[in-house]
Design a protein around this ligand. Structure first.
Ligand code: SF4
Ligand code: SF4
Length: 338
């Protein structure tokens, strides 16, 4: 079968190229720190890059761990960009060097996103003293090098009420976007009992208030919502609404040993559809039962409040990953602001 004839078209991927990281954050969903044993080799990664491009994937977010800790990161990214795939790298911004910046330009990176958890005290408490300053320096240095930069903030109980303060700091920086997402109780966050609950309605109202005049795009990610009066104004692009979880429909996640899931946030063995060491990406993507939790979704599968929600058909119960790690019920969202 031709790629274009398959009913599900892969458009984007999140690719964890290593689990190695200079931090070991208490809430890290993927338990970053040590590289996994037996991570994909350079040759294997280059082949994965080719397969992603061949299957039609247009956009890849490269993550870690800390992606720059892999010595061959630029070779891997370059093999995607030379095939026309747009690549964004997500980093903790702690070790930005002139060499990394020149490599980012050489491989024609589309953008870099830096994780900033909150104002200095919050950010440094979870990472290490001085890491907030280093992250902000990285943002400025990248912008000076004409590399588009954005910030990603993961909300928990402790930092959500301080969004306004963080915004006052970020608005001084040359960003093009600020993405606000919910920290899910997965990985270290689950192990350490990090309190992740916050008032999603407050966050949506905050975004709705600041977005029109912010010097950069402000939006919430897939795991905050849904269909409150602010929907259509809070997802970064005017008019954009959450149209259901895209895992396995148009997007996938790949981990550093080649496991493929519908989304890299669905960090649980049960969601592994196959491994790229044993099968091709095309084989995994087109398998008859692949990604059945979404490819066979019908609104009858919704539970709880989602079951009777007038938006259930389109919203499909919010973020599958968040649902799985909070309640274990895939088709019902406990953070929904409706
Ligand atoms: S109640 Fe459920 S289906 Fe309705 S908007 Fe919220 S998450 Fe979506
Ligand atoms: S699991 Fe959540 S983050 Fe992943 S694609 Fe679905 S809605 Fe988006």
């Amino acid at each position: 079968m031709e790629v274009r004839d398959f009913p599900f078209q892969l458009r984007s991927a999140v690719w964890e190229i290593t689990l190695a990281c200079c931090f070991r954050c208490a809430y890290c969903g993927s338990r970053g720190g040590q590289a996994r044993e037996n991570e994909l080799t350079t040759v294997e990664c280059l082949d994965v890059a080719r397969q992603l491009a061949d299957i039609g994937c247009r956009r890849v977010s490269v993550i870690g761990g800390e992606a720059f800790m892999r010595p061959d990161w630029a070779e891997i990214v370059g093999s995607l960009t030379k095939r026309g795939v747009k690549v964004c790298i997500i980093t903790n911004g702690f070790r930005m060097t002139p060499h990394i910046i020149s490599e980012l330009k050489r491989v024609k990176i589309e953008s870099v996103a830096v994780s900033v958890d909150g104002v200095r005290e919050i950010h440094d408490a979870y990472r290490q003293k001085g890491s907030y300053e280093r992250a902000l320096d990285t943002l400025k240095t990248l912008a000076e090098a004409k590399i588009p930069v954005s910030v990603i903030t993961s909300l928990r109980a402790d930092n959500a009420p301080l969004l306004e303060q963080l915004y006052r700091e970020l608005e001084k920086l040359p960003l093009f976007a600020w993405q606000i997402q919910a920290c899910s109780p997965m990985g270290n966050a689950g192990d350490n009992g990090v309190s992740v609950r916050f008032d999603a309605r407050e966050v949506l109202r905050f975004v709705d208030r600041v977005a029109p005049t912010a010097p950069f795009m402000v939006g919430v990610a897939d795991n905050i919502g849904y269909y409150t009066p602010e929907e259509g104004r809070v997802r970064g692009v005017q008019g954009a609404c959450f149209e259901g979880c895209a895992a396995g429909l148009t997007t996938i996640g790949i981990d550093s040993i080649g496991n493929v899931r519908g989304c890299e946030s669905m960090y649980d063995e049960r969601f592994i559809e196959g491994n790229l060491r044993g099968r091709t990406l095309w084989d995994i993507w087109t398998a008859p039962d692949a990604f059945a939790y979404n490819r066979r979704f019908t609104s009858e599968m919704l539970t709880g409040a989602c079951r009777t929600c007038p938006h259930g058909e389109i919203c499909a119960g919010g973020c599958r990953s968040y649902n799985h790690f909070t309640t274990g019920r895939l088709y019902e969202n406990c953070l929904c602001a409706r």
